[in-house]
Design a protein around this ligand. Sequence first.
Ligand SMILES: C[S@@+](CC[C@H](N)C(=O)[O-])C[C@H]1O[C@@H](n2cnc3c(N)ncnc32)[C@H](O)[C@@H]1O
Ligand SMILES: Nc1nc2[nH]cc(C(=O)O)c2c(=O)[nH]1
Ligand code: SF4
Ligand SMILES: [Mg+2]
Length: 220
Amino acid sequence: MSFKVVEIFESINGEGMRAGELAVFVRMKGCNLSCNYCDTMWANKPDCEFAEMTAEQIVDRVKKSGIKNVTLTGGEPLLQKDADKLLEAFSSEKDIRVEIETNGSIDLKPFLKFENVSFTMDYKLPESDMEKYMNTDNFKILRKKDTLKFVASSVNDLKKAKEIIEKYELIGKVNIIFSPVFGKIELTDIVDFLKDNKLNDVRMQLQMHKFIWDPEERGV
Ligand SMILES: C[S@@+](CC[C@H](N)C(=O)[O-])C[C@H]1O[C@@H](n2cnc3c(N)ncnc32)[C@H](O)[C@@H]1O
Ligand SMILES: Nc1nc2[nH]cc(C(=O)O)c2c(=O)[nH]1
Ligand code: SF4
Ligand SMILES: [Mg+2]
């Protein structure tokens, strides 16, 4: 059992409900989607170099860092064969919190049983061209510790996010984040949309690492 890891680095988490906290990032190779805005497309290319790491090696690397948060990302981390076994390996490390960044197309049911694991699941909006692949059954199983994220390219995308939140009655069930596709939408348009629609309990968020470092920089 091994995992295709394209990079491991330590940084502050730039996104999600633990934004600003230290985290170890484990980026896995390959994705089943192709969002037109993807900032890590390089990790999805068939010829991208990777290291084969066992679950034990990944857990050891995280433990040695002295950092308690680990973010499994990619690519699409849940596409890795035996992804559940990696979560199993982390489950005996009670003081490590695992966050999985996942793209909304993967059934989350097989990964629910681990207490120290939470999901940040994207719902891909129309302008990503990937909306048709969304697994809406996941809305039934997302919990209060999980996060549903909408990454918007336009006000039309924001409108669709609002429709989804209402249709599936998601407020109060899961953390909800609206983020801009970096540089694509006026940030004030997101604030105005939240205000105009009285969207309480929705959090707007920018990718912090893209302000601290060059937005193209890898490993930060
Ligand atoms: C690179 S993805 C990897 C995990 C998984 N494949 C997914 O899409 O959630 C991690 C996060 O970065 C976000 N992201 C990717 N490119 C972005 C961009 N150009 N601007 C803002 N967020 C972006 C994705 O929407 C996702 O929430
Ligand atoms: N600093 C930092 N925080 C992040 N949060 C989620 C990331 C990701 O690429 O999934 C990411 C990333 O690439 N860098
Ligand atoms: S699902 Fe995630 S990794 Fe895959 S193309 Fe979209 S943003 Fe990139
Ligand atoms: Mg990123």
